[in-house]
Design a protein. Structure first.
Length: 43
């Protein structure tokens, strides 16, 4: 993953799922397509 190569310690990842019937996004455990990540990097 690009973040790890840049020295970022990934703390959490979550998938995003879009529901076209409601027009809303929600969080998911599936990170295979759309996802967000949170991490920290020491200075």
């Amino acid at each position: 993953m690009i973040l790890k190569r840049a020295g970022v310690d990934v703390k959490e990842m979550a998938g995003f799922v879009y529901n076209p019937l409601t027009g809303r996004w929600s969080l998911s455990d599936d990170i295979s397509v759309n996802f967000i990540a949170y991490g920290t990097k020491e200075k």
